[in-house]
Design a protein around this ligand. Structure first.
Ligand code: AMP
Length: 308
């Protein structure tokens, strides 16, 4: 059984979609990553920070799923990171209405001793210096370091981002961000340029249009399952990353062939995440549902063309 170390925000989210609106609910990249990874047999831990306004019940939801939370610092008198977003009618785009960094603003991550030799490190979307600090605390070079980032860090912390990108194996970003990172419109050219920056594997997410995996001259495409109902896309990218890294931590096999399976697992789990608000769907997800949908994924892309 491998180990997975996750660093990312733990948050209160308030979400508005065309279907409804929530108050402050459990959010942040790390819970989405952790809940997706908990579908696999890897031992996982979260490194993050919250204030003492964060309900113990939310932390219990994570420990109930065997996620080690000893690396989540609780700051006395501090306030938890808060994010509020509103989705447009097409659900593909959203406006961020509020970002209150609070305790995340001056967060210094501390990797628990038990996870300093983790096989896989999943660096959720955070300041690149925070991501770098986690890499520097590892006792041995992990088998695989996966990094998620966003346009905000490209706009504001370009040099720091370039330094951390040099030290990772896999980057997961969306198509727009890949274009911003490289100034290339073609995603094939963009992926080649990103590989020159450091990561050997590039995952480009295209929302409801699936995800692409690039490695040298190899390309793999995984569709997103066409869903009858998309309720709230928040956390889909993090859930994808959690499924991807959790599966690789469980199997310990980081070949291109196995990464194809990891992409499918990530896409499969993300398809559940969007069915309800926040983490709701992931908290009640059953193994048999996950397996049944994996079969749907297989059927979606299987065909028998005979070449004569
Ligand atoms: P995603 O929908 O995959 O982009 O992830 C949404 C999650 O990211 C939400 O639960 C937010 O709490 C969290 N989030 C939003 N903005 C930030 C930020 N600037 N830093 C860290 N986490 C964030």
């Amino acid at each position: 059984m491998g180990e997975l170390l996750i660093v990312g925000s733990v948050a209160f989210d308030a979400i508005e979609t065309p279907f409804g609106k929530t108050g402050k609910i459990l959010g942040g990249a790390a819970p989405f990553i952790g809940l997706a990874a908990s579908q696999f047999k890897a031992k996982s831990a979260i490194v993050s920070v919250v204030g003492d306004d964060f309900p113990q019940a939310y932390l219990d939801l994570l420990t109930d799923r065997n996620i080690d939370i000893s690396g989540i610092e609780v700051v006395k008198g501090g306030k938890t990171f808060f994010w509020q977003g509103k989705y447009h009618n097409d659900l593909n785009s959203r406006d961020t209405l509020v970002t209150e960094l609070n305790t995340l603003g001056d967060f210094t991550p501390v990797v628990p001793n038990d996870f300093k030799n983790a096989d896989v490190v999943m660096l959720g979307n955070l300041h690149p210096n925070t991501q770098m600090s986690v890499i520097n605390q590892m006792e041995e070079r992990p088998k695989l370091i996966v990094l998620d980032t966003m346009n905000f860090w490209m706009d504001n912390t370009w040099d720091e981002l370039m330094e951390v990108i040099k030290r990772i194996d896999v980057i997961t970003i969306n198509d727009e961000e890949a274009r911003q990172l490289t100034e290339e419109y073609s995603l094939v050219k963009a992926a080649a340029k990103i590989q020159e920056m450091g990561p050997r594997y590039v995952v480009i997410k295209k929302g409801e249009h699936g995800a692409l995996l690039f490695h040298k001259e190899n390309i793999f495409f995984a569709p997103a399952l066409p869903l009858e109902e998309v309720f709230d896309p928040t956390g889909a990218g993090d859930t994808f990353a959690g499924g991807f890294s959790g599966y690789l931590a469980e199997t310990g096999n980081i070949s291109f062939e196995n990464m194809k399976n990891a992409i499918i697992h990530g896409s499969n789990l993300a398809s559940f995440c969007v069915e309800r608000f926040g983490t709701e769907r992931m908290l009640e997800l059953q193994k048999h549902e996950v397996e049944a949908r994996l079969m749907q994924f297989r059927d979606l892309t299987q065909f028998n063309i005979e070449l004569t």
